[in-house]
Design a protein around this ligand. Structure first.
Ligand code: FE2
Length: 379
């Protein structure tokens, strides 16, 4: 399917039904990690996140330590277990470091829970109220694919630094941000034949609509293929593409992910910047590895995408990809996995009108991923 005016279709899709799950945006993303203190150092040094809050032994929490980092509107929580019986530890044993919680900011966490559970969501957290001297927060939660969960966070009566139980966290190590602004989309990888099941889950249980579908013809190379459905909520602030592997001559990146993550989970977090050249330059300087794009990609990219504001030589030097749809163009680049298991990675994206997902880059991108897989012996 072509990408034209995909966002114009959102109001039409939602016109008929009342949005029973209004979402204000992504509240935070929580990762379970083997060593939160060291991960926080990486997120600050390499990705430009800033210290925000902390919970752990010093704040009366006995089973975990959590570091909350912020950049623009993006909040990342890095949580590690403090004992061997913890279910957090079990999660890390199963999956390695990865995203456990995609928290969504809502005005009514009780209603969000009731409406989704009524429509078939599996409960993860019954609504609870947490309070401290800065007010109260109501939280609830449901399961999504794999062991991943959505928490609904109602914080209109809270004025603290993050959530009750967290204290402000400051250190004397404060590398500058790299210009990341907000979460553009978050992609889930699910098992063979499960894309429609989970796309349907987001439609039925959370009231999302299918913005675009990419079939295995859209997303294939000589060797591998995958399929993807992009699901969006009513106001377009939350977009969750869902990928599944498709038959190809060799093992696709989605199968590799499923093998190493030991099931379905978050594949990548796409974060927006309004100056991708500066952001990527700075991240590269700080040691982030990006996927390599063959130099000949740039021989034809302007034929495909037309005039752009940026200097093509600079884009080539940094490996930034370009794509265009009817509304404008976008610039994007993908990191290599940010942990040893080839699982979670980041996408940096700058939208200059385009609201699509870089379909024109899929082939170059997946060939680049295949080259990485070949090095790992997992192609
Ligand atoms: Fe993406």
């Amino acid at each position: 399917m072509d990408n034209k005016n995909v966002f114009d279709t959102i109001p039409k899709i939602f016109k008929e039904a009342e949005d029973f799950l209004p979402l204000n945006g992504t509240d935070y993303i929580e990762l379970y990690v083997g060593n939160a203190k060291q991960s926080a150092h990486f997120y600050k040094t390499a990705l430009g996140f800033q210290d925000l809050a902390y919970a752990g032994l010093e704040t009366g929490i006995e089973d975990r330590a959590s570091y909350v980092l912020q950049q623009g509107k993006i909040r990342i929580v890095l949580t590690t277990p403090l004992n061997s019986e913890s279910e957090i530890g079990q999660h890390i044993l199963n999956h390695g470091d990865g995203v456990k919680v995609i928290a969504l900011w809502v005005d009514d966490a009780v209603k969000s829970f009731e409406e989704t559970v009524k429509r078939g969501a599996k409960p993860y957290l019954e609504p609870i109220t947490e309070e401290d001297e800065n007010g109260k927060v109501i939280k609830s939660g449901i399961y999504t694919y794999g062991e991943t969960v959505h928490l609904f966070i109602e914080r209109k009566n809270y004025h603290g630094i993050f959530l009750p139980g967290y204290i402000e966290h400051k250190t004397n190590y404060n590398p500058k941000d790299v210009g990341l602004k907000y979460v553009d989309h978050m992609v889930g990888n699910v098992g063979w034949g499960e894309m429609n099941k989970w796309a349907d889950y987001y439609a039925r249980v959370m009231g999302f609509a299918n913005l675009i579908t990419f079939d295995d013809k859209d997303i294939s190379t000589q060797f591998t293929a995958l399929m993807s459905k992009v699901m969006t909520n009513g106001n377009g602030r939350i977009k969750f593409p869902i990928n599944e592997p498709a038959e190809g001559a060799k093992k696709s990146q989605i199968e590799e992910y499923l093998d190493f993550y030991n099931g379905a989970g978050v594949q990548h977090i796409a974060v927006a910047t309004d100056d991708i050249l500066e952001t990527v330059k700075e991240m590269t300087r700080r040691g982030v590895d990006f996927l390599y794009v063959p130099g000949n990609y740039y021989d034809t990219v302007l034929d495909r995408c037309g005039e752009i504001d940026e200097d093509i030589l600079q884009l080539k030097e940094l490996g930034i990809l370009v794509d265009r749809d009817d509304e404008g163009y976008l610039l994007q680049i993908f990191t290599k996995p940010i942990e040893d298991r080839p699982t979670l990675f980041f996408e940096i994206i700058q939208r200059k009108g385009a609201q699509s997902f870089g379909k024109g880059n899929f082939k170059a991108l997946f060939e680049s991923i295949e080259a990485e897989q070949a090095k790992r012996g997992t192609l």
